[in-house]
Write a protein that binds this ligand. Structure first.
Ligand code: ZN
Length: 422
C-alpha cells in the first residue's frame, strides 16, 4: 500500500478551527485565550505544508461546535509480532501461564509472511487511528520463530518508514544476552536503533542466575549503544522487587543509554515508605515507567478458581508522578493470548484508562501519560505540544468536551503531514 497523493487530501478549509487542551499549548501562545472548565481553549491553526505556522485564539462562544483535537499519538509499548493471534492460539482461561504456553505454541508455527501480514495490519490500523510512532517488543532471540520475526520486522519497518517512526525491542530470555547469539542480535539491533528487553518478576527469578544475566544485559546494552526496556515486576506479588535489583545495578554503574521500565505492578503492593524510596531512586536515574492498564487488568489477580479480582495490577501512577517520575500509558497486547481486546486506537485506550487510573484530562499530569511522556520515552523530536513550527499531525474527535469523549467511541479524523488521511 502506498502513500496517497498529497494533493488529493490538502487541508481545507484554512484556518483549521479546533478545541485544544491548554496543557498541550506552548506558553508563548497562551495570551488572549478563554479557558473553559475542561481546560480547553478554542484555536485557529494555519498550516503550511507539513507544519503549523499560525496559532490564533478564538472566542469561547465558538466552542460547542468545534472538534476537540489532540496531537498524533505515540504508542510506547506494544507487541506487533503477536497482534491478532488470539483466534489461532486462544487463551480462554485468561491466566498468564496459559498465555505464555499459547504464545510459545504459536512460535513453533511462525512464518515471516504470517508475522509480516499481522504487523502490517496492526500498523495500518494504528496509522489510520492517528499514531505517529510506536515502540514494539518483539519475540526475538533463542526461540523458535525468531528468524521469521526478524525477517518480518525488517520488511515491515522498511515498508512503513515514510509514515511511522518504529522502534524494536527484542523481548528475549534474559540469559540470551550473555551468549554469542545475544551479542550478535544486539549488534543487529544497534544498527536499527533498537533495544534490548526481557521479562523479570518474582516468579521467574527462583534458583537462577538472573542477577548475573541482568548485569550482563546492561553491560551489553552499554557496549552496543542499545536502549533497554524491561517487562519488570508484572505481578501483584509484593515479594517481586526486580526493579530494585535493576536500580542497584544502575546506581553502581550508570548506563550511557536510556532505560525504561514497563509494568511495575508489584510496586502498588509495597508499603508507602518503601514505594517512596523506590520512586525517589527512579526519579534520580531519570527512568520512565510505562503503565499498561488493559493487559494488567486482564491478567492480574486471576486464578483458576472463580473469584472477583481485588488487586488490579496498576503501577502507582500518581505516586510516581508526585515523585517526579515520567509515566506513560501504553496499549500492550492486542487480540493475542495475553489480552483479547484492543485495536491500536489511542482514543479507545484513553477511554479505557481514564476511569481506571483516575488520570484527569483537564489536568496536565492527566494528559502527559498519553502525549508528551511516550514521546519522551521514544526520544522523539516533537513532544506533542502545539507551537508554531510543530508538525501538522493531529487527531480530531467528533466531540467538544472530555465528558462527551468518555461517553462514546469516536470516529476520528487524522491529519498527518498537513493532509487528511483518506
Ligand atoms: Zn508487553
Amino acid at each position: 500500500m502506498g502513500v496517497p497523493p498529497q494533493s488529493a487530501h490538502l487541508l481545507s478549509p484554512q484556518p483549521l478551527q479546533i478545541r485544544w487542551p491548554l496543557a498541550l499549548l506552548d506558553s508563548r501562545h497562551r495570551h488572549g485565550l478563554e479557558v473553559d472548565g475542561d481546560g480547553l481553549v478554542n484555536l485557529a491553526l494555519t498550516i503550511r505544508g507539513v507544519t503549523v505556522t499560525g496559532i490564533e485564539p478564538l472566542p469561547g462562544t465558538r466552542g460547542p461546535h468545534l472538534p476537540l483535537a489532540l496531537p498524533a499519538a505515540v504508542e510506547p509499548h506494544c507487541h506487533l509480532d503477536k497482534a491478532f493471534t488470539w483466534s489461532q492460539v486462544p487463551n480462554p482461561s485468561g491466566t498468564m501461564a496459559a498465555a505464555l504456553a499459547a504464545n510459545l505454541q504459536e512460535h513453533k508455527r511462525r512464518s515471516a509472511a504470517a508475522v509480516a501480514e499481522r504487523m502490517n495490519r496492526a500498523l495500518e490500523t494504528a496509522w489510520r487511528h492517528g499514531y505517529r510512532a510506536l515502540r514494539s517488543h518483539l519475540d526475538l532471540g533463542g526461540r523458535a520463530g525468531s528468524q521469521a520475526t526478524w525477517e518480518a520486522m525488517i520488511h515491515t519497518w522498511a515498508a512503513w518508514s515514510d509514515r511511522l517512526q518504529l522502534q524494536a525491542v527484542a523481548l528475549a530470555p534474559l540469559e540470551l544476552w550473555s551468549t554469542t547469539v545475544g551479542v550478535q542480535l544486539a549488534r543487529r539491533l544497534a544498527r536499527l536503533g533498537g533495544g534490548l528487553g526481557g521479562a523479570l518478576a518474582h516468579h521467574n527469578t527462583r534458583g537462577s542466575l538472573w542477577r548475573e544475566h541482568l548485569a550482563g544485559m546492561l553491560r551489553l546494552a552499554a557496549e552496543q549503544g542499545c536502549m533497554v526496556d524491561l517487562h519488570l515486576d508484572e505481578t501483584c506479588d509484593p515479594r517481586s522487587r526486580c526493579l530494585e535489583e535493576l536500580l542497584d545495578l544502575l546506581e553502581q554503574e550508570p548506563l550511557p543509554v536510556s532505560v525504561t521500565v514497563s509494568h511495575g505492578c508489584s510496586l502498588a503492593q509495597h508499603t508507602p515508605e518503601h514505594l517512596r524510596r523506590t520512586v525517589e531512586r527512579l526519579a534520580v536515574l531519570h527512568i520512565p515507567l510505562i503503565s499498561l492498564p488493559t493487559t494488567n487488568l486482564w491478567l492480574q489477580d486471576r486464578s483458576s478458581s472463580r473469584h472477583t479480582p481485588r488487586l488490579r495490577g496498576l503501577a502507582p501512577i500518581h505516586e510516581l508522578q508526585d515523585g517526579g517520575v515520567t509515566v506513560a500509558i501504553g496499549g500492550d497486547n492486542v487480540a493475542d493470548p495475553w489480552f483479547p481486546g484492543g485495536n491500536f486506537d489511542p482514543v479507545e485506550l484513553w477511554r479505557f484508562a481514564v476511569p481506571v487510573t483516575h488520570l484527569h484530562p483537564w489536568e496536565q499530569r492527566g494528559l502527559t501519560p498519553f502525549t508528551s511522556a511516550p514521546a519522551q520515552v521514544l526520544g522523539l523530536a516533537w513532544d506533542g505540544v502545539l507551537r508554531n513550527g510543530c508538525p501538522a499531525d493531529l487527531i480530531l474527535t467528533e466531540v467538544s468536551s472530555w465528558q462527551a469523549m468518555l461517553a462514546r467511541p469516536q470516529r476520528l479524523r487524522v491529519l498527518r503531514n498537513g493532509c487528511w488521511l483518506p
